[in-house]
Design a protein around this ligand. Structure first.
Ligand SMILES: Nc1ncnc2c1ncn2[C@@H]1O[C@H](COP(=O)(O)OP(=O)(O)OP(=O)(O)O)[C@@H](O)[C@H]1O
Ligand SMILES: [Mg+2]
Length: 243
């Protein structure tokens, strides 16, 4: 079970830390970020399949996916007297995703590559707009602390805790590869294996087949699903005026 989920700088989610129970219902006005919360969880799940960077590309790239609002909300913005406007992105701006699990917790941070030389001096890479995985951590317990961190990846370097010390495990990890996909040694680094398996066990049910062979078009014995009923009752979309 996921005990908590955290996301920062993903679309309209500037900084969200959400404790989770066995059943969670997300509700709110249109455009408040319900789908963004769900999408961010799906994006985190892609990490364990090695699809994190390509999923961001499919969403339109990190620039599009990144929080477009201001870095800080002024007093005027909070009171509604000043418009909420985006500010220039800092070079070290990061999109962060993470969760607290039963045994281990995990977080990943993404950012844009460092600028490559000056125009005309050095050809910029063809992939200069692809985000990079800047950091990944696996730790025990609910809250990250350097003392409970077990795996720490910074750029291409992966370090594994060994007693009181750190051992360098890999120094050449590609910026587009996650440790969850690249490190597959359940004996030397069982924590990575455990987190990968946890995430791979997540299931997302958000598509309904509507074709002629769809199961919802075939005769069925009627069943009552309280979960669907709750979701239908809580939808914030107002009824059309002609209803
Ligand atoms: N990069 C971004 N930065 C900031 N805000 C963004 C970004 N991309 C989208 N948004 C905002 O996210 C909001 C849409 O969020 P979302 O689709 O999650 O809403 P929702 O609660 O699911 O709405 P609905 O009830 O209509 O489905 C919009 O207000 C949009 O302006
Ligand atoms: Mg929505």
């Amino acid at each position: 079970m996921i005990k908590a989920f955290a996301v920062s700088n993903y679309r309209s989610l500037k900084n969200v830390v959400s404790p989770l129970a066995r059943l969670n219902v997300v509700t709110g006005p249109n455009g408040c970020g319900k789908s963004n919360l769900y999408k961010s969880l799906r994006l985190l799940a892609e990490t364990a399949k090695g699809n994190l960077i390509s999923s961001i590309a499919q969403e339109g790239g990190l620039d599009y996916t990144f929080w477009a609002g201001p870095d800080n909300f002024t007093k005027g913005m909070r009171e509604g007297s000043a418009p909420v406007q985006g500010s220039a992105k800092k070079q070290n701006a990061r999109l962060r995703l993470g969760f607290v699990g039963e045994d281990f917790s995990y977080a990943v941070s993404l950012g844009m590559p460092a600028p490559q030389g000056f125009a005309g001096y050095q050809d910029p890479s063809m992939f200069q707009f692809d985000p990079e995985i800047k950091r990944e951590c696996i730790w025990v317990g609910d809250v990250y602390r350097p003392s409970n961190c077990l795996i720490d990846r910074v750029g291409p370097v992966v370090k594994v805790r060994s007693g009181q010390k750190w051992a360098v495990y890999n120094t050449h990890l590609n910026s587009y590869e996650s440790i969850l996909n690249e490190i597959s040694d359940p004996v030397a680094v069982p924590e990575v294996h455990a987190v990968r398996q946890t995430i791979r066990n997540w299931r997302f049910y958000d598509q309904f087949r509507t074709d002629t062979d769809s199961i919802i078009r075939t005769p069925q014995i009627g069943t009552l699903r309280y979960l669907l009923l709750v979701a239908a009752l809580l939808t914030p979309r107002p009824l059309p005026c002609w209803y």
